[in-house]
Ligand binder design. Structure first.
Ligand code: NIG
Ligand code: FE
Length: 404
């Protein structure tokens, strides 16, 4: 097996409980064997055994190395855009007003249904490239703009196909319970029956890694969300939840009851919700792009999450309605400026904790046995990743041990 050694670098390992901030190793060496990290530490301590087995050496030129970034909450595959609704909101309409008037998610559902798989793929590929260009090596993509079997299938197949020839992994999440489609207007429970019919079919086609729902007064009640979670549990699928984004409906407690991987948004999270998440080991996924773009004023309770030791992830929420964003680095900055995360918390939120939010234990840190997904940056210190706005200091990405 190939053994490749990267030297002349500074490595932010992001390992949990590291004794130094960011798990930073100066004058480091990083040994890659096949697609895995085999060893990381100070170059002066590099075991001779690795040197003798080395098949290729890489001089990183003094670069900073971090784990590949992980965008753990996106709705990247969709048709059309919602620039005109953005305009309506600037003229006074609220996100909820627009949703109730048949716009919002429903307008993206119309555009997504009308698009062919090839059109969806082309549109989504441009967004995916933007993420990859900033060092993303794993991302999640949710369905939820098809809301009928053939269209949810089309969207999820596009999501799976996107990573085919690219240095990135895609995890897919079924979000059939995102909104009630027009043909089921006023018949939410009938639509949920349909969601429960779609789920096992899509799972059997290998299109579903996890199940999500939108628990909110403009979407599904906790009781309705529970039906979706029970179905997921029966199929052995992990759950996540769009919870407490616009109001506190107790979604976090419900999700915790099902051992949710994550609860996402959380602007209205209550102390009881935070305690429940801590007990369940759920990750809090913070989405500063949606907070900013919807001009929310209520912040997710970051101090409370810290108090309870709930791990925090940061993600783009890339979607046409609430966060038309393809820059995870900008989200790190906004998580700091808007939500007061530290740059170290923000970076852990796009690496280690983002992996946890996807149920992935083989990535998100740089340690022996982990996937060799990492990024070389033209930076001196990892705090610079969250500091700059609109910069892209990426030099090179290594995916599964292979340099691009
Ligand atoms: O994460 N909250 C629900 N879903 C998306 C927005 C969907 C949309 O407006 O198209 C979100 O914010
Ligand atoms: Fe979302």
């Amino acid at each position: 097996m190939n053994v490749e050694i990267w030297t002349h670098c500074r490595v932010a390992t992001l390992t949990a409980n590291a004794s130094v901030a960011y798990g930073l190793v100066d004058n480091a060496a990083l040994v890659v064997q096949g697609d895995r990290v085999a060893w990381v530490g100070p170059q002066s301590e590099l075991p001779a055994e690795w040197l003798s087995r080395c098949t290729r050496g890489h001089d990183a030129g003094g670069a900073l190395i971090t784990p590949g970034l992980i965008d753990c909450h996106t709705h990247l595959v969709y048709g059309g855009d919602r620039a005109l609704e953005f305009e309506q909101r600037l003229n006074g309409a609220s996100y909820e007003d627009i949703a109730r008037a048949g716009g919002g998610i429903a307008s993206t559902v119309r555009a997504t249904r009308a698009a062919s798989a090839a059109q969806l793929e082309a549109q989504s590929l441009a967004r995916l490239w933007a993420l990859i260009a900033e060092g993303v090596t794993t991302l999640e993509i949710k369905s939820g703009y098809g809301l009928a079997l053939e269209h949810e299938r089309k969207l999820l197949r596009v999501a799976r196909a996107l990573s085919r020839d690219l240095p990135v992994d895609v995890c897919t999440t079924f979000l059939g319970a995102h909104a009630v489609p027009p043909e089921f207007a006023g018949r939410t429970d009938d639509y949920l029956d349909e969601v429960l019919r779609m789920l096992p079919v899509l799972q059997s086609e290998g299109l579903v890694d996890a199940v999500d729902a939108f628990c909110e007064r403009i979407a599904f009640t906790p009781a309705q969300t529970r039906r979706v979670f029970e179905a997921a549990r029966a199929l052995g699928l992990p759950v996540k939840l769009h919870a407490e984004q616009l109001s506190d409906s107790g979604g976090a407690q419900l999700a915790a009851e099902f051992g949710a991987l994550s609860c996402d948004h959380l602007e209205w999270l209550s102390p009881e919700g935070a305690a429940a998440m801590a007990r369940a080991g759920s990750v809090a996924v913070l989405l500063p792009g949606a907070f900013y773009f919807l001009r929310e004023t209520r912040l997710p309770p970051v101090a409370l999450l810290r108090e309870h030791g709930v791990p925090m992830a940061v993600s783009t929420d890339c979607n046409p309605g609430s966060s038309p964003c393809t820059s995870l680095l900008l989200m790190l900055n906004m998580a700091c400026t808007l939500m007061r995360l530290t740059p170290e918390e923000a970076l852990a939120g796009a690496t280690r904790h983002a992996a946890q939010a996807l149920g992935l234990t083989d990535r998100g840190t740089l340690a022996p046995g982990q996937r060799a997904d990492f990024v070389l940056w033209g930076l001196d210190h990892p705090a610079q990743l969250a500091y700059a706005m609109g910069a892209n200091p990426r030099l090179q990405t290594v995916f599964k041990g292979r340099p691009e």
